[in-house]
Write a protein that binds this ligand. Sequence first.
Ligand code: GTP
Ligand code: MG
Length: 352
Amino acid sequence: MIFKKAVLKHCLFHIRVKTMDFVDEVSFQVTGGRGGDGCVSFRREKFVPKGGPDGGDGGNGGHVILRVNPQLTTLFHLRTKKLYKAQRGHHGKGKNMHGRRGETVEIPVPSGTLVYDTDRGICLGDLTSAGQTLIVAEGGNGGKGNARFASPTRQAPDFAMEGKTGISRWIRLELKLLADVGLVGKPNAGKSTLLASLTAAKPKIADYPFTTLVPNLGIVPLGEYRQCVMADIPGLIEGAHEGKGLGDRFLRHIERTRLLVFMIESHAGDIGAEYALLKQELKQFDATLLEKPRVIALTKTDLLGEAEKKGLPEQIDRCRCYGISAVTGEGIGAFKGEIGLQIGKMNHAASS
Ligand SMILES: Nc1nc2c(ncn2[C@@H]2O[C@H](COP(=O)(O)OP(=O)(O)OP(=O)(O)O)[C@@H](O)[C@H]2O)c(=O)[nH]1
Ligand SMILES: [Mg+2]
């Protein structure tokens, strides 16, 4: 009994640590550098009396910017630091020397990062493509030196401007993975096995529920130089929207997929009921998920007899059902063909 308790505790700890590795929401403060002050100075040279003002401008403060690094898949690296501050601009100097601008701070983020201003609650940007940048805190402008204020009527200005403070705000980053196809199903439905058989991804596969603790992505080659990105997310159980199992927090990662694949074990007692449950959990999270086109995959058909295979439904809720076995490869060709067709249709609609 004591042993069982210890094992359970260990498993729960493992799940907690593993799910913590995948961080999809962080918030921190960003502050642009202050601009350098302008300088008050007068030219002093031998034999040049009253040389005139020569105070240079202060340099601008550095910005804080976010830049997409396509190699990143989580916000894990940003979970601890709570303040990113760019360098201030250097002050102007005499002899009309302008101050150097402050160094910019660059924060790498994964593609699919949404950026919100925490206080105002507005979305500042959606970073989706490699190398894309977003300035989240602008540096302040440098102040003008006194040389700038010289005029025929004011030949010796004895003042300069101070540098402006940079923008400072709290931002919240939310990662919503970008994938074309999202696999949804109960634990053990065979989602990771399908991802592993169609792509080069190597997700963990085992015959116990909640093997997948964080989303996995893979690229499915569709032939003729076409491909699509497939996302395998942790399994859903009844009540996921109330936090049961791993809850529905990972569903946000299929919000931006274009096609959903409902995965149901073909030997599940009541396929219709399993389908209704998945639909219900999705609806509770976000009803617009049900507006996405979907395909149903009835998995593990190798475990069925010939008669049972023939009895599988061809359609549920006007969605095509495909009997597949990721182990023997049965039905995978037709299923992949359907995915390619649907993605192709959507690409065509988007480009016309
Ligand atoms: N016989 C057979 N077994 C399969 C098939 N696909 C998956 N399995 C087995 O089913 C079990 C669960 O597979 P997973 O791919 O880990 O299931 P999952 O849906 O990712 O499960 P979670 O990550 O827990 O949500 C594993 O033991 C797999 O080997 C299949 O087509 N045929
Ligand atoms: Mg899995």
